[in-house]
Design a protein around this ligand. Structure first.
Ligand SMILES: Nc1nc2c(c(=O)[nH]1)N[C@H]1C(S)=C(S)[C@@H](COP(=O)(O)O)O[C@H]1N2
Ligand SMILES: [Mo]
Length: 423
């Protein structure tokens, strides 16, 4: 679990419980504090954050500083660990970067002007910046690995829509799919390729940002570890669609996905799912004292309207065959509102013309799709005993999530079951 993410979560929930002082009368701060220390002592990796530094003022949480993202990239050596000289040589610096946009050899799209290094028409960083002057967009998005479920980082990604570059090749016919890959140590075995239908590239679903050639994260140049100088970012997709150290875009007449990730049994057509997860479930609490629970939600394609929790004694818990606990007595948790200050961004503000934000820098909708949200739940005192905690989300269509997409390789989405004790 990303430490910065946890720190932000704890800071936000701590403030929430402090503000709710009336309802939880003094116990609130204690419960929250206790939750923190219990989380620190938890054996499970996902629940072992560094104790947040509470000294000093903090800005509101949300975005993850670039250096705090978790890295799951492949490669031997990892491309971002190459020497500066080698990076210059292979086009992994802004000064030397080149993008080829070409027709697929096996299933060629018919295009008027391929962009190749050989004929000197590959796109360089200066040309990308010229396109950026007119077409740059930025939007918030959580980077999540389909195989991990937990967020690698929440970022504000800036780039040029991929379609602007594809359009330069003058596509004419036989173009059904775009695939793309990045620097892979010039070793075909290390290639990591992803793909998209051309329709998704040329047009964006309502309230969905475009696919971008991304060069900035949280207002700063995209660093090498995050895939700089240029990576693809696909707003509604899991991380594997967002290829780092981008070098090639291939226009193809192939009618189906050809992602490298598919070779590892992953469901590559599965978009970001909406689900809820816990971060703080106190392992042991005192009887008849309020208990503070908190967690986060990932807002996927179906949006998010609320979070619910299910707390039952182990002895009388709902028996449920399909693991969805539809008939159980779920209680509404509280979703934390939008931050008023945005850490990790210059001046703590979201820049003008950010996708999904209004002219005053506030989100148009909250929670935002393809992003994280945080939630809290204060449970009134319980009698001593063993309990089980579960949480779920209700999407913006009013449907409880996760829906049955129980396959691990379609993106993490299970209802957690966590035992805790009241004594
Ligand atoms: N070139 C390249 N791009 C890549 C990968 C990779 O191994 N090589 N990994 C992908 C996967 S599986 C994920 S989850 C994301 C992770 O992005 P991050 O390292 O910026 O957090 O990068 C994607 N882009
Ligand atoms: Mo991934």
């Amino acid at each position: 679990m990303n430490n910065e993410f946890l720190r932000e979560h704890f800071e936000a929930t701590r403030r929430h419980f402090l503000k709710s002082g009336i309802v939880f009368s003094g116990v609130a701060a204690h419960a929250s504090h206790q939750a923190l220390s219990l989380a620190d002592n938890s054996p499970s990796e996902a629940k072992t954050p560094r104790r947040p530094d509470k000294a000093g003022a903090r800005t509101e949480p949300y975005f993850t500083p670039q250096t705090e993202f978790r890295d799951v990239s492949r490669g031997n050596p990892l491309p971002h660990t190459l020497s500066e000289e080698k990076k210059r040589q292979v086009g992994m610096t802004r000064e030397t970067w080149k993008l080829e946009v070409i027709a697929d050899v096996e299933h060629p799209a018919t295009i008027g002007s391929p962009m190749t290094a050989a004929n000197g028409t590959a796109l360089d960083f200066d040309e990308l910046m010229k396109l950026a002057e007119v077409h740059a967009v930025q939007f918030p998005k959580v980077m999540t690995c389909l195989n991990l479920g937990c967020p690698l980082g929440m970022g504000l990604w800036q780039g040029v829509p991929l379609r602007e570059v594809i359009w330069r090749t003058k596509p004419k016919a036989n173009l059904r799919r775009v695939f793309y890959f990045g620097y892979h140590n010039d070793d075909p075995k290390q290639i990591f390729r992803s793909s998209l239908p051309i329709g998704r590239v040329l047009e964006d679903p309502f309230e969905t940002p475009p696919i971008i050639l991304c060069y900035k994260l949280n207002g700063q140049w995209l660093d090498s570890e995050r895939g700089g100088p240029v990576r693809m970012v696909v707003p509604e997709a899991y991380g594997f669609k967002s290829i780092k150290w981008l070098t090639h875009v291939v226009l193809s007449n192939l009618p189906h996905a050809n992602d490298t990730y598919a070779e590892q049994n992953n469901d590559v057509d599965s978009p970001l799912k909406t689900f809820a997860a816990s971060l703080v479930v106190p392992k042991e609490s005192r009887s008849n004292m309020p208990i503070a629970f908190s967690g986060y939600a990932q807002v996927g394609v179906s949006g998010l309207s609320k979070i619910q929790v299910l707390i039952e004694p182990v002895s009388s818990m709902t028996k449920d065959e399909d693991g969805l606990f539809k008939s159980a007595l779920w209680m509404d948790a509280e979703l934390l509102g939008a931050p008023t200050k945005w850490n990790a961004l210059e001046g703590g503000a979201v820049p003008k013309d950010t996708f999904g934000f209004d002219a005053t820098g506030k989100p148009i909708r909250w929670p935002m799709r393809f992003c994280n949200a945080h939630w809290v739940y204060a449970q009134a005192g319980l009698p001593a005993g063993d309990y089980i905690f579960r949480c779920r989300s209700i999407d913006a269509n009013g449907v409880a999530q996760p829906m049955p997409r129980p396959f691990r390789k379609s993106g993490f989405a299970a209802i957690e079951s966590i035992e805790f004790k009241v004594s």
